[in-house]
Design a protein. Structure first.
Length: 415
């Protein structure tokens, strides 16, 4: 009888039917359990959704270990004000639980999954077994020429982000995590460079985002829409998302496409300024702000649009790009960060990010090119769905994960 590999998975964020970090944690655990015996270390407040999902779809090879810091420390993660400090302290406490589990079970491998952040440590790297770190990201930065247009709030955010990264890169525990990793997975080339500088020996490029086979099936191939072209952007309305660039680009494109429209799905502090910008550009009647919507409704609305616009100025993953591609919608994005890895010339248009004026002009030309060429949109649509199914479906990621586990345990055996 074949003995299954025993893996300890660190997934601070882990929740079924979610996107972003919780979705990464859950789907990585689900895929790891296809090939190995997996113990998932996560927070207790994830237990309810996990048990509910397991009642519907059991994972017989997954074992769930819940750990939380003392209740009085939960003050730090309320309203996200101190979530990173809480996470840091959680890593310390989780290590001692993991150490006891290793004494009892004898793991063959440890894999840190969430948070997807290269400048915070994973103390499970200290266990005396091979350690895989990631995918992790966070090294992507807003190019300096764009700081002025992001407003005072945006500039302050970028400065604090750079400070946090600098502090993290000089944290002894982060450096120990890097040096202990037999394989480090980076979401973007920018993060890969940082990991190498921290001392990671084997750095590989792998995005953290994926999309389930169920969602792909729920977004079957649709015929092109009939009627004036409609652009759409999905995400929180924040300065670094770059919507203050795509909106002027739409206004310029609309001069040649008077019946076109632009939908924004999501909410955030930049909404008021974007509404005012649409009014100043005289396109308010063609711009619709839908606010935050349930994920299922977002996917349906994607099918009511033709072209997905994602002008984010720093983004490790870009889940929404994958959802748009699964819906067969060609993507316009910046040639920067995670979306630049996900989108190819066969599935969309990537524009350089050199200056605000250049980006606005490049986005305008990309919008016009796709809007005026339905045949090109159709070709990109077919290729986008094919790329998601072959590269970003979670089951495909599970096969990649299994190969990584074989590499890691093989390296340990050779050593």
């Amino acid at each position: 009888m074949t003995v299954r590999r025993r893996i300890l998975l660190s997934a601070y964020a882990c929740e079924p039917d979610s996107g972003s970090e919780p979705g990464v944690g859950w789907n990585q655990a689900r895929q790891a359990a296809r090939f190995s015996e997996v113990w998932v270390l996560t927070r207790r407040n994830n237990a309810g959704p996990i048990r509910k999902e397991l009642n519907r779809n059991p994972l017989p090879n997954a074992h769930w270990c819940y750990y939380d810091l003392p209740r009085w420390l939960s003050f730090w993660k309320k309203r996200q004000r101190g979530v990173h400090l809480y996470y840091y302290l959680w890593q310390i406490g989780a290590y001692f639980l993991a150490k006891r589990l290793h004494t009892k079970i004898g793991f063959d491998l440890v894999h840190h999954v969430t948070f997807v952040n290269y400048w915070m440590p994973s103390l499970l790297a200290l266990l005396p077994v091979p350690f895989i770190w990631g995918p992790v990201g966070g090294a992507e930065s807003m190019p300096r020429p764009f700081w002025r247009g992001s407003g005072e709030r945006g500039k302050t955010y970028e400065m604090l982000r750079l400070l946090a990264r600098w502090r993290g890169e000089h944290d002894l525990l982060v450096r120990v995590t890097a040096k202990r990793a037999c394989i480090a997975l980076a979401t973007t080339p920018e993060t890969a460079q940082r990991l190498a500088r921290l001392g990671c020996r084997d750095v590989r490029l792998l995005g953290e985002s994926g999309i389930s086979e169920k969602e792909i099936a729920e977004l079957p191939e649709h015929p092109p829409r009939v009627g004036p072209v409609r652009f759409v952007s999905v995400g929180r309305l924040l300065g670094w998302k770059g919507y203050h660039l795509s909106l002027p680009a739409f206004a310029k494109a609309r001069a040649s496409l008077p019946a076109s429209s632009y939908w924004f799905i999501g909410d955030g502090p930049a909404r008021k300024s974007l509404v005012q910008l649409a009014q100043r550009l005289n396109v308010a009647e063609s711009v619709q702000f839908w606010g935050a919507l349930p994920r299922s409704l977002v996917l349906k609305k994607l099918l009511d649009c033709d072209i997905f616009v994602h002008p984010s100025l720093h983004d490790s993953g870009g889940w929404v790009c994958l959802e748009a591609m699964a819906a067969g919608r060609p993507v316009i994005c910046l040639d920067h960060g995670g979306p630049a890895v996900q989108v190819t010339s066969e599935t969309g248009i990537k524009v350089p990010a050199e200056s605000p004026g250049q980006v606005i002009e490049s986005l305008t030309q990309a919008m016009l090119r796709l809007a005026e060429n339905p045949r090109l949109r159709r070709e990109l649509s077919i290729a986008a769905r094919r790329r998601v199914q072959s590269v970003f479906a979670w089951d495909k990621r599970g096969e990649v994960l299994e190969r990584l586990y074989r590499d890691a345990t093989g390296q340990a055996a050779s050593a």
